[in-house]
Design a binder for this molecule. Structure first.
Ligand SMILES: [Zn+2]
Length: 297
């Protein structure tokens, strides 16, 4: 009870009784409150520039509460959000090699280590199996922050293993795509993954199991040209950019200015490339509904 109180506050008779310090109770002043609020990490919405606390964002599935912009979700966070319960992870035994000893401005191995440190993931694809509303599913998600979610041999290995495991367990296969395309540091080997993953998807379809693709911002290059466009159903998140070559490359080639919403999900919906655009808050319900219809659950 020997709490130090400011004498001016106690002695000044004009201080209203509500402002007088109570022994044993610490009331933070305005300055301290301000400091406390600044310690919570915030995320800036790239669209409306509101500062939203990380907690509020993660509770809202990384959809901006101010303007409804869909921010990027980390692969692992995306899958744990998608599933009600995660049973296990696949593909962690595959580790990338550097068969070409590729060096651009940095060696490939150094880039790899950097990406691993940045994301906490060993590769650009995360595969988890779990249940959504009681239905067992296999789902994979691309980690865009891992070298642009690029598809190398390990991504191919993990994807094929996921497809085979889905077939063995008779589960639907869901893919959350977000990628810049094939990984140039692996040259031809990364391009071969386009054929490998396409063949694996064919096996899933031959087994009569649904393969559903959720296109998240952005999906480009070799991933668009293979596994991201072979789904039974293509769902896109609002405003996601989806294409093969980037907008600037096309503009330089055709010498025409391409206006918004070119390559946006809404444009692709109008042109029949995607089947529906689903708000992230409705995504789990939508995938569940589609899967249960296709599998007669
Ligand atoms: Zn916003």
């Amino acid at each position: 009870m020997n709490q130090e109180v400011k004498p001016s506050k106690v002695l000044n008779p004009s201080t209203p009784w509500t402002d007088r310090p109570v022994p044993g109770i610490h009331v933070p002043d305005a300055q301290e409150t301000l400091k406390a609020s600044f310690t919570e990490p915030t995320v800036e919405c790239p669209e409306c520039h509101s500062l939203i606390t990380l907690t509020a964002m993660s509770f809202n599935a990384y959809v901006c509460p101010q303007c409804d912009e869909h921010l990027r979700m980390r692969a692992r966070e995306r899958l744990t959000w998608f599933f009600d319960q995660v049973d296990h992870e696949l593909g962690q035994e595959f580790i990338a090699k550097d068969p070409l000893n590729f060096v651009d401005s940095k060696p490939y191995s150094a880039r790899m280590q950097e990406a691993q440190k940045k994301t906490g993931e060993s590769e650009a694809l995360v595969v988890l199996q779990g249940t959504l509303k009681g239905v067992a599913m296999t789902a994979c998600a691309f980690e865009f922050d891992f070298m642009g979610g690029s598809m190398g041999t390990v991504v191919g290995d993990r994807f094929v293993q996921a497809a085979e495991s889905a077939i063995a367990k008779k589960q639907p296969f869901i893919c959350f795509a977000a990628s810049g395309g094939a990984r140039m540091q692996e040259g031809m080997l990364s391009l071969m993954q386009m054929a490998r993953t396409s063949a694996a998807i064919e096996k899933v379809k031959a087994a009569g199991l649904p393969y559903i693709v959720v296109l998240t911002h952005p999906v480009y290059g070799g991933v668009t040209a293979s596994l991201a466009m072979l789904g039974d159903v293509h769902i896109a998140e609002p405003k996601a950019m989806i294409g093969f070559a980037g907008k600037r490359v096309i503009e330089q080639t055709v010498r025409e200015k391409l206006e918004e919403p070119f390559q946006r999900a809404e444009y692709l919906l109008d042109h029949g490339v995607v089947d529906q655009i689903v708000h992230r808050h409705a995504l789990r319900d939508t995938v569940y509904r589609i899967v249960s219809k296709l599998m007669n659950i």
